[in-house]
Design a protein. Structure first.
Lengths: 388, 385
């Protein structure tokens, strides 16, 4: 049965290759992409899917590539039980050599055991919870994006450096928001900031009048928000209605075009976000990425983590080019990645497979665009954040 | 007395089951777009044609007349599927999930199919079973069979908190109470760090009397997927639960439950204790959900609040409605459709839930009573009024 299927797959692959006018001798290697393609955070999932797909398309155009690649995409719905299902499907399919997997932390945590059990090497492209890589020492698990620990260290240091004193923290009660709350509070204390109030809200809450009215009484300089874009849009706009005059400081979760579109340029102005990796818009590889992405005419934007999915797919294909389509060899090869250039800066995996990213980039919304802080008029002192 | 009137032959039932098994095999194996869509359309057309030639009615009569042979053929069908996919993890995982969801839906069927007690928190009771298993396997050395029972007992126990408000309300209001409970349950899990918070908890694999279900069996060169173990356990559970529900339906208890659903006032006037039967159905239904949850959690090895949202409860309710309220056979078919179809539509990616929802609406448009509407009680095989 498997023989028959692989025969069909290779025949299909051959016809496709022939149709594309390429050398038909290339062996087809399958990769899997897993992310949330439906549901509330599907914009990020689809952006990541397109980016991984772009990496595969570009590699297939490269005449020097030894193999031709095929990307299989599965939807994890941001739910752990569905994620275990699709992870089993991918990992148990021997024709799939490696995976670019998971945006939602909870799905990544749920599936690491599955990948380890079936020996499928994966590179996580978006989930930020530290325990995905650090709870176990599985050789199969790698991650190109940083954890929320680095992100909040930089955020706390930077904001206290701007002489803000009082914070109110609002976080969603998912692992993402709670983790951000934990690490940000820790680092803020270290750098001498003062948290005057902390509010946990559920990820699908619509009305924040209660929390924000209380927050207003506490007179914060900054509202720190740990959560994703849809919630961030609601909180920022309701802050305005209640007349809270504070800086809106978000996390990597709100760094998306949807955030600015949802609020309009005026309300979004001056919002802050911190994200792991080099400012890819400025790297030559980053421009290459955005240029190629635009050329392929995807319907959706790559969003903040698209470049990570792109980089993850490329790391995997580099490894396959070097050692051949063999899961064990690819796992070993990915473990050796050191100082590898990519569109998100240099990538080095530590012994847990975690990319140790020294770089966190600070973004601020200026005239309806996310601008790197150092290049913005805020950074040069031309404009001021609220209360500065 | 049993055979007052000569029932139909057993063959239509057996041939139908053979057909269904073959279709399941093909469908689980289908990967490509053309194959999945072709099989879906093919099945719809075949069913319409068969209905036209009166085959479906004959098969139904045959099933009714030979329930023993019919039931056995279903179990054999599942075993055949296991045997064919013995070394493939994914189809077996899906099969085990379907069987466990059947147990949950049988519980729901008992609640609002028979007694008319609405429950929009099915996923929450399922989740209570999952979390009970997670906590007990981590903090105690209780044998796993007892853990499974404990999952059911916990679900029934926590469900009893809802009994009073559910008894005091009717219709939409009772539905609202269960919805509130379901949402409360998820928020409680998310903020409760002792239960792993939003990150959830990990579980070990199941072990029954030294039989480790997470180790695949090997016979010589043949390696059987460890999910086959779970399919067998789930099959046993589903078979027992199915039998229980069928027996209940046929018994005087089932008659009482039906009476309570149809007219509470008339019931009370005839001396039937309405509260008693509502509580019985509600508790037993939750017990079944918890039971299935405990096994499901040990099979997937992970539980997190995200898996037990209101949306998941709605899916459970939609299974029972799609199958035909009150018909255990209908929900069995519907569970397979609702669980496997979205999975098989992965190739259309972000549009798959859209297409799937469209298919469900189409089915209900043409069969408003569900796929297999409930039949009138059949005490004498083959008897026609």
């Amino acid at each position: 049965m498997n023989l028959k299927r692989s025969a069909i797959v290779s025949i299909l692959g051959l016809t496709l290759a022939a149709a594309a006018g390429m050398a038909s001798a290339k062996q087809t290697v399958k990769l899997v992409f897993i992310g949330p393609l439906t549901g509330g955070v599907s914009a990020n999932g689809i952006g990541g899917r397109n980016s991984a797909d772009l990496a595969v398309r570009l590699r297939n155009q490269d005449p020097k590539a030894k193999y031709s690649y095929e990307l299989v995409s599965y939807d994890d719905e941001c739910k752990p039980n569905i994620a275990v299902q699709v992870a089993t499907k991918a990992a148990a399919d021997n024709s799939i050599i490696a995976g670019v997997t998971h945006y939602c932390s909870v799905t990544a945590v749920a599936t690491v055991d599955t990948y380890h059990k079936f020996g499928l090497p994966v590179v996580v492209w978006g989930a930020v919870l530290p325990s995905i890589t650090y709870a176990n020492k599985f050789p199969e698990i790698h991650r190109v994006n940083g954890t929320m620990i680095n992100q909040n260290d930089v955020a706390a240091k930077f904001m206290t450096g701007l002489k803000f004193k009082r914070w109110v923290v609002i976080h969603d009660t998912t692992d993402y928001g709670k983790g951000h709350n934990q690490y940000f509070s820790e680092y803020l204390k270290k750098y001498g900031g003062n948290i005057v109030g902390t509010f946990g809200v559920t990820a699908d809450q619509q009305d924040f009048t209660t929390e924000l009215t209380k927050a207003k009484e506490l007179k914060p300089d900054v509202i720190y928000f740990g959560g994703l874009t849809p919630l961030g849009v609601r909180i920022r706009s309701q802050m305005e209605k209640l007349g809270i005059n504070a800086v809106f400081e978000g996390t990597s979760g709100i760094k998306s075009d949807a955030f600015i579109e949802g609020l309009g340029n005026k309300l979004a102005e001056g919002s802050l976000s911190f994200i792991e990796g080099a400012p890819w818009e400025k790297l030559p590889g980053g421009l290459y990425f955005t240029g190629k992405y635009a050329q392929q005419k995807y319907n959706e934007a790559p969003e903040a983590y698209g470049p990570f999915a792109f980089a993850a797919a490329n790391l995997i294909m580099d490894a396959i080019e070097k050692v051949g389509p063999n899961r064990k060899k690819v796992t070993a090869e990915l473990g050796n990645v050191k100082d590898r250039d990519s569109i998100i800066g240099k990538v080095t995996f530590d012994d847990h497979g975690q990319n140790i990213v020294p770089l966190i980039t600070k973004y601020v919304v200026q005239d309806g665009k996310w601008v790197v802080w150092e290049d913005s008029e805020y950074g040069s002192g031309k404009r001021k954040l609220k209360g500065q | 007395m049993k055979r007052l009137i000569d029932p139909a032959s057993a063959f239509p039932a057996l041939i139908s089951m053979a057909g269904v098994t073959l279709f399941t095999l093909l469908f689980l194996h289908a990967e490509s777009q053309e194959a999945v869509l072709g099989l879906t359309l093919g099945a719809a057309i075949a069913l319409l044609l068969l209905a036209r030639f009166g085959w479906n009615a004959r098969a139904a009569a045959s099933f009714a007349g030979h329930s023993g042979a019919g039931n056995a053929s279903v179990i054999i069908g599942v075993l055949v599927v296991v045997a064919v996919f013995y070394d493939q993890h994914f189809p077996l995982l899906m099969l085990a999930s379907v069987l466990l969801y059947i147990v949950v839906c049988l519980g729901l069927n008992l609640q609002f199919g028979y007694a008319g007690v609405v429950n929009f928190a099915g996923a929450a009771f399922f989740g209570i079973g999952c979390y009970t298993a997670a906590v007990l396997t981590e903090h105690s050395a209780l044998p796993h069979l007892l853990v499974v029972v404990a999952g059911g007992v916990m679900a029934a126990g926590i469900g009893s908190l809802l009994i009073l408000p559910v008894l005091r309300t009717y219709g939409h209001y009772a539905a609202l109470i269960t919805i509130a409970f379901g949402i409360l349950f998820r928020v409680f899990l998310e903020v409760n760090d002792a239960l792993g918070g939003p990150q959830g908890m990990k579980l070990p694999g199941m072990e029954i009397f030294g039989w480790k279900l997470n180790d695949g069996l090997t016979f010589g060169d043949i390696e059987v997927s460890f999910y086959a173990n779970y399919v067998l356990v789930a099959l046993a559970m589903a078979a027992v639960a199915f039998m229980l529900v069928r027996r209940l339906e046929r018994s005087w208890i089932g008659l009482n439950l039906d009476a309570v659903r149809l007219d509470e006032t008339a019931c009370a006037a005839f001396g039937i204790d309405v509260a008693r039967w509502k509580i019985t159905a509600f508790t037993l239904g939750n017990f079944l959900a918890g039971l299935a949850g405990a096994v499901y959690a040990m099979m997937t090895g992970f539980v997190a609040p995200n898996s037990f949202t209101f949306g998941d409860s709605l899916i459970l309710v939609s299974i029972v409605i799609l199958g035909g309220i009150g018909n255990p056979w209908g929900l069995t078919v519907a569970t397979a459709i609702v669980l496997i179809l979205p999975e098989k539509l992965q190739f259309i990616q972000e549009y798959r839930l859209l297409l799937y929802a469209g298919l469900v609406i189409l089915i209900l448009l043409f069969r408003p009573g569900g796929l297999m509407p409930r039949q009138v009680r059949n005490y004498f095989p083959g008897w026609k009024p």
